[in-house]
Design a protein around this ligand. Sequence first.
Ligand SMILES: *[C@@H]1O[C@H](CO)[C@@H](O)[C@H](O)[C@H]1NC(C)=O
Ligand SMILES: *[C@@H]1O[C@H](CO)[C@@H](O)[C@H](O)[C@H]1NC(C)=O
Ligand SMILES: *[C@@H]1O[C@H](CO)[C@@H](O)[C@H](O)[C@H]1NC(C)=O
Ligand SMILES: *[C@@H]1O[C@H](CO)[C@@H](O)[C@H](O)[C@H]1NC(C)=O
Ligand SMILES: *[C@@H]1O[C@H](CO)[C@@H](O)[C@H](O)[C@H]1NC(C)=O
Length: 421
Amino acid sequence: MLNRKPICGFSKTQFLFFTLVLANVVLVSSKSTIEPCSNSDSCNAMLGYTVYTELKVSEVASLFQLDPIAILTANAIDISYPDVENHILPAQLFLKIPITCSCVDGIRKSVSTHYKTRPSDTLSSIADSVYSGLVSADQIREANSISDPTVLDVGQNLVVPLPCTCFNGTDNSLPAIYLSYVVKPVDSLTAIAARYTTTITDLMNVNAMGSTSVKAGDILAVPLPACASNFPKYASDFGLIVPNGSYAISASHCVQCSCGPGSLNLYCMPASLAVSCSSMQCKNSNLMVGNYTVQQTSAGCNVTSCSYGGFVNGTIVTTLSTFLQPRCPGPQKFPPIIAPPSSVISDSIFAPSPAPQSDGVGSLTPRSSLVPVTGGSLTGLPPVSGPVGSASDACSLVNPLATFLIATLPFFSLKLIFAIL
Ligand SMILES: *[C@@H]1O[C@H](CO)[C@@H](O)[C@H](O)[C@H]1NC(C)=O
Ligand SMILES: *[C@@H]1O[C@H](CO)[C@@H](O)[C@H](O)[C@H]1NC(C)=O
Ligand SMILES: *[C@@H]1O[C@H](CO)[C@@H](O)[C@H](O)[C@H]1NC(C)=O
Ligand SMILES: *[C@@H]1O[C@H](CO)[C@@H](O)[C@H](O)[C@H]1NC(C)=O
Ligand SMILES: *[C@@H]1O[C@H](CO)[C@@H](O)[C@H](O)[C@H]1NC(C)=O
């Protein structure tokens, strides 16, 4: 029989058709959470970015005009790995990108990103592929007053407005930093809540949603529990906030601050890459930033610590403080760091969403799609199971595109049905 495997080989027309359906869905109905603002204060925020092709760490950083170290620490990737900035990240890797969120024309957005056009770029390819759906072609067109989007000069410098929210740096009165997350075709609100250990209710409140339905291409603000700093307003790193399980680098690479896994108190210490840094010793003491001494007294544990107080005029501010605690703290624990990823466990694109019972608990989904080097580049693709059966076995490892389309077919057909109704 000649046509045993029609599912594996999509014709070009079929593929174009599905692409158009997807593009249509994204363009017509995608929503993103908008936070009105009135003051000029900015905050730290995160973008959920999917690497669109194999890219060096430094290339991802330059897409956002960021310090590569900032991207690595935000994802708890080992910065002492040899030549880590030139490490090649696999396509489809999901990364958290730290950005500054400003207030522009009354709404929160990030406007610090610029993109220099290359041959064969289109506004759609820049929006959907290079910036993984965090921006739309229309938004780039508007931000740059482009009248004819079919004519893009090579080397043109485009502003890329990106979504972000601050919400006062809190979620339910606890410190939080907000991740702008682009909903993928197989995502459900339950799965997103589980992945980020939050609840459906919280996501619905934050995003002012009337129902639990989300569509591919929607951009949600996802609160990440974080450790907040209380540096003075005149410090250049004022407002530093670090999500649980990660790090940030500050004070010209001199200080590294981490958050979690135990308490959500920001812990800063000299960075491993510190080269020429101003003194990190606390006045009138022999303690350095991050050091503490404990003394058991009858009243409890007397803890004296030297902590980082912000970067002011090129100087590292240190604060010596003493406080009594009921019990002495153990040694400082750090969030685990991972080797620079070379393959992807695609827990959000290919894997089925967790069952609804897992609402808000998050023990079923891995917290991160980042994995250390394991082997061949295909090992990260789990086999597709489900209604397609044997046909998928034959295709899944050979043709990831076909696998993707098979996995998302129910989504497309649903959309079509709704479109027809
Ligand atoms: C903003 O957060 C601060 C603590 O970080 C809190 O004291 C203040 O009440 C919050 N303001 C609003 C409007 O939620
Ligand atoms: C912080 O992360 C750790 C490890 O991932 C987790 O056990 C802990 O519950 C998290 N804390 C909060 C408040 O989410
Ligand atoms: C102080 O911190 C430095 C750097 O983190 C460390 O090498 C040193 O051992 C610490 N000293 C004390 C007394 O804890
Ligand atoms: C705690 O330790 C500091 C410095 O070692 C000392 O000055 C202070 O008197 C101690 N406080 C108590 C209550 O023991
Ligand atoms: C930083 O330095 C400038 C000029 O050297 C000075 O005017 C300013 O007051 C300093 N700021 C702080 C917070 O020390």
